[in-house]
Design a protein around this ligand. Structure first.
Ligand SMILES: NC(=O)c1ccc[n+]([C@@H]2O[C@H](COP(=O)([O-])OP(=O)(O)OC[C@H]3O[C@@H](n4cnc5c(N)ncnc54)[C@H](O)[C@@H]3O)[C@@H](O)[C@H]2O)c1
Length: 418
């Protein structure tokens, strides 16, 4: 068969010569063999042309431009850094639901590709969602991403985010949080991206004497995580003095809960468990993954001796980002606390978790953890007045019940990352 094709091509390539047939009384006569040769040539030429078109179509120069590289009227293209993580994935879901175009950039150091796959399944349409695997510490890669995509706004979630870990490995935190924010900001400036929503934290306030915390409360962070975030804020604010960028800095309090429809959840790396947040620790204890819950510090100057925190549901938090995006104005900076305004003790939290899971979680009381502060809760007046935002999911037990449903049905989180 191969040989036949070879000869057919060779014959077809031979120049077509039409000669008078010697025994045909001087009449011109076309040899039928030669005639089929001619047809073969045409077929071959057509096949080669089709092949060329196909190859050109595959090549990037010929391909129609990606929708992510174009600006479309009425479509806001948001770069969500850290979109494979807990808060970033929930934010991406909401942005997609609100008809935005989303690009997630994540190095999967902490997040889950499984969360991205869930989003891709929910929004498979061309031009809605793309995932780019990249490290924000790689300025060259970041610049390439900005040069190939037409972003309208950036929500910069990507960060390492554990207070305890930051006290053990401070340089990692300054590098990942402060230095990477600089990379993102420089890329935004270089490529004319005009809106930034920055994920900051109540850890930038440290341990203020006066509660609740307002945006005017002095920022005196006491651990490298809070300091690195405060430095990032300062960089953004200094840059903003000579820029027309629209900037919103959101200082979150303690984030809990998950998507009420059960599509996404919180699934930190198992190796980060020891640094983990209280909700994850409660669920791990309830599922028997850990023998019990360790409450660190019972001698704080609070009503029951345990720390007091302001727990904000992730759905409310994401809503605050959407409001911030809507209200961001060129040349203006908005700084907002995102919390419920109500402090709950760790003991209260544990009781709510026991009720939400239905498990009598074993609790061990241990000495304080370095870098922790006694009492932190927000005054959310400013965000209510200026962005018309108020927390709606304020029932701790209900938020934990929602999160627990996802945890129970995802014993292995999103599965192993690939
Ligand atoms: N969870 C909270 O209670 C809380 C509270 C206050 C502020 N924050 C802030 O919210 C943001 C998101 O936190 P989260 O709880 O979703 O954390 P997370 O660990 O679940 O998500 C962070 C994501 O960023 C990615 N990432 C980290 N470094 C990166 C890098 N160099 N390049 C690319 N991607 C990188 C991780 O892979 C991960 O997907 C962080 O900035 C954090 O500081 C969180």
């Amino acid at each position: 068969m191969k040989a036949k094709i070879k000869y057919w091509i060779r014959d077809a390539m031979r120049p077509l010569i039409i000669r008078p047939y010697p025994n045909a009384g001087g009449m011109d006569y076309v040899d039928p063999k030669k005639k089929s040769n001619f047809v073969g040539k045409i077929v071959l030429a057509a096949a080669l042309t089709a092949l060329c078109i196909l190859m050109l179509k595959q090549s990037s120069t010929f391909r129609s431009p990606s929708p992510f590289s174009q600006r479309d009227t009425g479509v806001t293209h948001v770069l969500v850094t850290g979109g494979a993580g807990y808060i970033g994935s929930h934010a991406a879901l909401r942005l997609l639901k609100d008809s935005h175009r989303v690009t997630i950039v994540d190095n999967l150091s902490r997040g889950n590709i499984g969360a991205v796959r869930v989003l891709e399944t929910l929004f498979p349409q061309h031009g809605r969602l793309q995932f780019i695997y990249a490290d924000l510490g790689d300025a060259k890669a970041v610049n390439k991403i900005f040069s190939e995509n037409a972003f309208d706004a950036v929500i910069h979630f990507a960060a390492v985010a554990y207070v305890g870990e930051s006290t053990l490995d401070p340089l990692k935190y300054y590098h990942n949080i402060t230095s990477n924010t600089l990379v993102v900001l420089e890329a935004m400036a270089a490529h004319g991206v005009q809106t930034l929503i920055y994920s900051s934290t109540c850890a930038t306030y440290g341990e203020p004497e006066k509660m609740p915390i307002t945006e005017q409360t002095p920022q005196l962070p006491i651990n490298p995580y809070g300091k690195a975030k405060k430095m990032s804020e300062d960089i953004i604010l200094d840059f903003h003095k000579n820029s027309d960028m629209a900037v919103m800095i959101l200082r979150y309090f303690n984030v809990i809960g998950s998507d009420p429809e059960g599509r996404l959840g919180e699934a930190p790396r198992p190796e980060l468990r020891e640094h983990g947040r209280i909700s994850g620790a409660c669920f791990d204890a309830a599922r028997g993954i850990t023998p019990g819950l360790k409450v660190r510090g019972t001698d704080y100057k609070t009503a029951d001796g345990t720390c007091i925190r302001d727990y904000i549901d992730v759905s409310d938090l994401v809503d605050a980002h959407v409001r911030a995006l809507e209200k961001a104005k060129p040349g203006k900076v908005g700084i907002y606390n995102v919390g419920t305004g109500k402090g709950r003790s760790v003991n209260e939290f544990v009781e709510a978790c026991k009720k939400a899971t239905g498990v009598e979680i074993k609790v061990d009381f241990l000495p304080r953890r370095p870098g922790d502060y006694a009492e932190v809760f927000s005054d959310p007046t400013k965000i209510r007045d200026e962005l018309n935002w108020t927390a709606r999911y304020t029932n701790l037990q209900e938020s934990l019940e929602i999160a627990w449903r996802w945890q129970k049905s995802h014993r292995d989180g999103y599965g192993s990352p690939s």
